[in-house]
Write a protein that binds this ligand. Structure first.
Ligand code: UDP
Length: 364
C-alpha cells in the first residue's frame, strides 16, 4: 500500500518548492500525495499563475482563507486543516518555508499526533522582530524530519537541541525549479517586452513588513530607488502588501514620476527570465537571495540580516539595510565589484528526489 502524504502550501514562495516534490512523489509511485492550499495568497498573479507555469496540479483542497489579522488567519487554517486531516489522515504532513500556512499546518499536525516534515528547515535570521523567524522556529521545534538546505541550517538546529538524526541535509528545493524552468524562462526574454536592455536594468522586489509597513522606512527605500533610477532603469513588480502601503503614503506616484516601471507581480517564468539578464536585483525576499546566487546576478538585500548567510559567503548577496545611504553605497560597491557565480553544495536540482527517497526510507 502506498504511503499517504499531505503537502500544505499557502503563499507564493511555497509553490516553487512544492512543485518539484509533487513531481518526485508522482515519479516515485511510492506515495499518494494530497496538496492543500490554504489560500493565504489568492490573487491570480500570486497563486494561479504559479500552478499553471510550474505544472503543479490543482490543489485537492482549497481553504480560501485570507485577510484578517495573522492570528485570525492562522486560527482559521488550523480549524479547517483539522477537518481535512481527519477526513484524509496522512502518514506525514509536509510543510515548506516560513509562511503562516507553514506554522498553522505544523501546529495542527502536532495536535493531531501526525508526523511532520519541514522542507527548508534550520534557517535563522536571529531577528525576532520578523514574523517569519517565529514561524521557522516553531515549525522546526515541532517537526520530526527537518530537511535543511545548507550547513548553517544543521548548525542552528543542533545548537537548539534538535536530535541529529532528525536533521537531513538535502539541499535547496527552489533550485530544482530554477534549473528545470531556466531554459523556458530565458527563451521567454521577458526583458524585451518591457523595453529593457539585457544586462542594463535593475529588478526590485520589496514586501517584508519591516520595510513596507513603516511609511518613513518606505519613504527612504523609495528615495534610494529614485536615485538609482537616474543611473539605470528599474523594473519593480509590486507585492500587494507593498502596493497598498505605497498608495496610502503617496509614494507610488514618486516612483512613477521618476521613471521606475511599476507593475503588478509577474509570473514565475517572467520573474526568472528578468533575473537572468538583470544587472542587479534589489530585494528583501528570502528566495530571491538564493536564486540570484545560483544565477550569478548581484543581489542587494534591503535588510540588516539574512537567514540565508550562504548566499553571502558563497554567492552574490550583500546586505545593504533599508536606509538610503546604505543602499546607495551598496549599489556603488556592487557596480565596482567583480561578478561571482555561487553553487553551494547540494544546490543541484536533485533535492526533491532526495526528500522523496528519505520519506520512503522512513515511512514505508
Ligand atoms: N517571484 C515571482 N514574481 C514576482 C516576484 C517574485 O515569481 O513578481 C518569485 C521569485 O522568483 C521567488 C519567489 O517568488 O521564486 C519568492 O517569493 P517571495 O519573495 O514572495 O517570498 P520569500 O522568498 O521572501 O519568502
Amino acid at each position: 500500500m502506498a504511503g499517504k502524504l499531505t503537502l500544505v502550501v499557502g503563499a507564493r514562495p511555497n509553490f516553487m518548492k512544492a512543485a518539484p516534490l509533487m513531481e518526485a512523489i508522482a515519479a516515485g509511485k511510492r506515495f499518494e500525495a494530497r496538496l492543500v492550499h490554504t489560500g493565504q495568497h489568492f490573487d491570480a498573479n500570486m497563486s494561479q499563475v504559479f500552478f499553471e507555469q510550474l505544472g503543479l496540479s490543482e490543489p485537492h483542497v482549497y481553504l480560501n482563507i485570507h485577510g484578517g489579522n495573522p492570528a485570525e488567519q492562522v486560527g482559521r487554517v488550523i480549524l479547517e486543516l483539522e477537518k481535512e486531516f481527519n477526513a484524509n489522515r496522512p502518514d506525514m504532513v509536509v510543510v515548506f518555508g516560513d509562511v503562516n500556512a507553514t506554522l498553522a499546518a505544523a501546529v495542527t499536525a502536532n495536535k493531531m499526533e501526525l508526523p511532520l516534515a519541514h522542507v527548508e528547515a534550520g534557517l535563522r535570521s536571529f531577528d525576532r522582530s520578523m514574523p517569519e523567524e517565529h514561524n521557522r522556529i516553531v515549525t522546526d521545534m515541532l517537526a520530526d524530519l527537518l530537511f535543511t538546505p545548507s550547513p548553517d541550517g544543521d548548525e542552528n538546529l543542533l545548537r537548539e537541541g534538535v536530535a541529529p538524526e532528525r536533521i537531513l541535509r538535502v539541499g535547496n528545493i527552489m533550485v530544482d525549479s530554477l534549473q528545470r524552468f531556466r531554459p523556458a524562462a530565458e527563451a521567454l526574454a521577458a526583458w524585451e517586452g518591457l523595453g529593457l536592455a539585457p544586462g542594463a536594468y535593475g529588478l526590485i522586489t520589496l514586501h517584508r513588513p519591516s520595510n513596507v509597513d513603516d511609511p518613513e522606512v518606505l519613504r527612504g527605500l523609495v528615495e534610494a530607488l529614485v536615485e538609482i533610477q537616474k543611473q539605470i532603469p528599474l523594473f519593480f513588480p509590486v507585492h500587494p502588501r507593498t502596493r497598498e502601503q505605497l498608495r496610502s503614503s503617496q509614494l507610488l506616484a514618486a516612483l512613477e514620476n521618476a521613471g521606475v516601471q511599476v507593475a503588478e507581480p509577474v509570473g514565475y517564468l517572467q520573474f526568472l527570465s528578468l533575473m537572468t539578464r538583470a544587472r542587479f536585483v534589489l530585494t528583501d525576499s528570502g528566495g530571491i537571495q538564493e536564486e540570484t546566487t545560483m544565477l550569478g546576478i548581484p543581489c542587494l538585500t534591503a535588510r540588516a540580516n539574512t537567514e540565508r548567510p550562504i548566499t553571502i559567503s558563497q554567492g552574490t548577496n550583500r546586505l545593504v539595510g533599508n536606509q538610503p545611504e546604505g543602499i546607495l553605497q551598496g549599489f556603488a560597491e556592487m557596480l565596482a565589484a567583480k561578478g561571482q557565480l555561487g553553487q553551494p553544495e547540494l544546490w543541484d536540482g536533485k533535492t526533491a528526489e532526495r526528500i522523496e527517497s528519505i520519506l520512503a526510507d522512513k515511512l514505508l
